[in-house]
Design a protein around this ligand. Sequence first.
Ligand code: PLP
Length: 435
Amino acid sequence: MAYEGKNIETIALHAGWRNDETTGSVAVPIHQTTSYQFNDTAHAASLFGLQEFGNIYTRIMNPTCDVLEQRMAALDGAAAGLAVSSGQTASAYSIQNVARAGDNIVSSSHLYGGTYNQFKNNLKEMGIEVRFVDPTDPANFEKATDDKTRAYFAETLPNPKLQVFPIGEVAEIGRKHDIPLIVDNTAAPVLCRPFDHGAAVTTYSTTKYIGGHGTTIGGLILDGGNFDWGKAGADRQPALNTPDPCYGGVVWDEQVTKNMGLPFAYLLKLRTTLLRDLGGAMSPFNAWMFIQGLETLPLRMREHAKNAKQVAEFLASNKKVQSVTYPGLFEGAEKEKADKYMTGGYGALIGFELPGGKEAGSKFIDSLELLYHVANIGDSRSLAIHPATTTHSQLAPEEQLSAGVTPGYVRLSIGIENAEDIIADISQAIDKASK
Ligand code: PLP
């Protein structure tokens, strides 16, 4: 492969695709098809029996999605990837793949609100208990673990607190108990490499930085290929080590890891059962959009991080600002974690607080001229939101506080415009909000 051993900027442009064999097309074609002609009945039987891999039906696999999957897997050092319909689908499937009714997972309480709702309510209704723990102390994961714990879950850079998750420390606890750590790396693609620190699975909302242009909803799940499901055994990880009625009684670890010699039993199970049966597939057109985004991802992430650093420094030096939350400005243990895990930069998210509370926060948002007021992150454009009146408004005041949302707190997602222009807009809005 032309990209093997190359750097991330090269991988983002080359992994998973060279050119079309018949037309020579360099751009990845959009394979807008539902189904694929089998060579003969023996070929079809062999595909369905997992004796060979090939295209069957676009709900389960598609050549355009395949390029996105291969490219992201190469970029993150994963064994395999799977594109799904949204970041929410990625989170749900990543857990449903190992946990069944009666099981539990332990999750960091520092989560995106949508994920929190999914875990607290929807997974609970499916019989999967999610035990939320404060991730500031990794030992909390061990304390909440019991015989029915199937996975740990966390976000690399959770907003609004922006405290970087101790991936290595929690992954190590998990491996001691044969429990995989699943990391939602949505806010830090390229900047943080969770597999290098022992995570077993990563998820992404590709809607954010990977797409990068605020056009498309999608998600990805990557299998690090570094977790020993067989060693975990049938008691700890029954989903991978006992006959699966969803696929003719196959025992996934035995079939994929041992018989086929492939390091992605977790992902193959997910594709051929959950994705096939629940159907949260990514459309080929959306995959193509994400491939366009991926090509410039490393460049954009550098620019996001560079601009955010300048904005954070401006806010920290502005006398009208009460406090600034940004991993690069933390001190002590939080800064050490940020430096250890965010090796490519501290990301594009910043929180700050004006002394005038809720009223000042709203006034700031309403005074912005360049920054957009939207419930999103990871767009190339700079974005702002006032969580107390929007994303976190359904939480009780004490729940808002424990999530790090104070009344005047404003969250910024810094884009790739010229930093001078971003700062000028923020500065004039702070002046208006401080009157
Ligand atoms: N994970 C994180 C960290 C997010 O910020 C989001 C969306 O904001 C999601 C998951 C869900 O992604 P999607 O909107 O693509 O379903």
